[in-house]
Write a protein of this length. Structure first.
Length: 343
């Protein structure tokens, strides 16, 4: 157990600016103290905020990126026993919590979905179309890279990835162009792919870069991001104590739809599917809403930090009811498309 004399924790020198930080701390009711899971440690901005909100707060922080874990070593030391930082996936957060010694459950779980500024800024990680580097995108630096996917998948599989995970309207045309381009040799760099996409997808004046959606879709597929999110929501339902809070920040519509749908079912606002209850009988709500609809960044924050413009926060409080059955509809949404897109 980590219960020790509390020490104020200094701010880490982070290049990633946390989004919706005070709104997230309010949603978690972090000032009450307790045990919190930060499933997306990144540069530790959220963890730092939780530790500073109460001297009685302890954090089990998780990140699948070895660079984020290494970068957090100083913060762990400064937290003097109030922070454990674990290299893992947030989809396994209930196992991580149990292994950290908190088998009685936790008081809060927060997820800040997506990539960090550090990941985007390093050309060598291959996440950004703005920086030429290897077409990698693996958060864990392990398994198949985006280049493996782009150079191996069939035209139909690529079109599915671009369409379902990127909501790219020109998905088929881009997939066809990738297959044609492969005849000349492998696509190895972010620059090569960004150039190919920019030749097909029209840039809208003042809009996003034409390659944004294709890059997003590959990142989601390479890291199974939607599957991870669905597993994490179910894991949070299992580990949160009654009165414990779940807060999730998302940056694009697919992720937000998953969180919204999960909470709609769990709070009893949408029908759940149960194989065990008589038809028409709903399972007891396992969450109560904390936020009414999505919370967005203030104008001031959006002006300071452009990343905050698309952020949405949703939060809910765990009830006494047992965890419900896994959401099959959600899993179907999260597992699209599965042919060749996964490791
Ligand atoms: C947006 S950043 C989090 C920033 C953090 N809230 C802060 O204030 O510094 C997202 C982080 O989550 C990590 N991540 C993404 N998917 C993950 C997963 N399935 N399991 C664990 N970590 C994940 C990424 O590696 C990245 O470091």
């Amino acid at each position: 157990m980590m219960a020790r004399a509390a020490t104020p924790v200094e701010a880490a020198p982070a290049r990633h600016v946390p989004v919706l930080l005070s709104e997230m701390l309010d949603a978690l009711a972090a000032e009450r103290g307790g045990v919190f899971v930060d499933g997306t440690f990144g540069a530790g901005g959220y963890t730092q905020g939780i530790l500073a909100a109460s001297r009685r707060a302890h954090v089990v922080a998780i990140d699948r990126d070895p660079d984020a874990i290494a970068g957090g070593a100083g913060m762990v030391l400064k937290a003097k026993g109030r922070l454990v930082l674990v290299p893992a996936r947030f989809g396994d957060l209930d196992r991580v919590v149990a292994e950290a010694g908190f088998s009685d459950g936790v008081d809060g779980v927060v997820l800040d979905i997506g990539v960090s500024s550090m990941q985007l800024d390093e050309a060598e990680r291959g996440f950004s179309f703005r920086r030429d580097g290897p077409l990698d995108m693996r958060m864990e630096r392990d398994g198949d890279s985006a280049a493996d996917l782009v150079n191996r998948a069939s035209e139909a599989e690529l079109a599915d990835v671009f369409f379902h995970f990127g909501e790219e309207r020109r998905a088929r045309a881009v997939a066809r162009a990738v297959i044609e381009r492969r005849r000349k040799g492998r696509i190895e760099t972010t620059g090569e792919l960004a150039e190919l996409v920019a030749g097909l997808v029209r840039a809208e004046p003042g809009g996003i870069h034409p390659a944004t959606r294709v890059f997003q879709s590959l990142r989601i597929a390479v890291n199974d991001e939607l599957g991870e999110l669905v597993r994490a929501l179910h894991a949070a339902e299992r580990v949160l104590r009654p009165g414990g809070r779940l807060a999730v920040v998302t940056f694009h519509s697919l992720e937000d739809r998953i969180v919204k749908q999960f909470l709609a079912v769990r709070t009893g606002r949408a029908p759940g599917l149960s194989r065990h209850l008589p038809r028409g009988e709903a399972a007891a709500a396992s969450f109560a809403a904390v936020t009414k609809g999505p919370v967005a960044a203030s104008e001031a924050e959006a002006a300071r930090n452009p990343r905050a413009r698309s952020a949405k926060l949703r939060a809910a409080e765990r009830t006494e009811a047992p965890p419900q059955e896994p959401l099959t509809a959600l899993e179907a949404l999260a597992s699209l498309p599965d042919k060749g897109a996964r490791r």
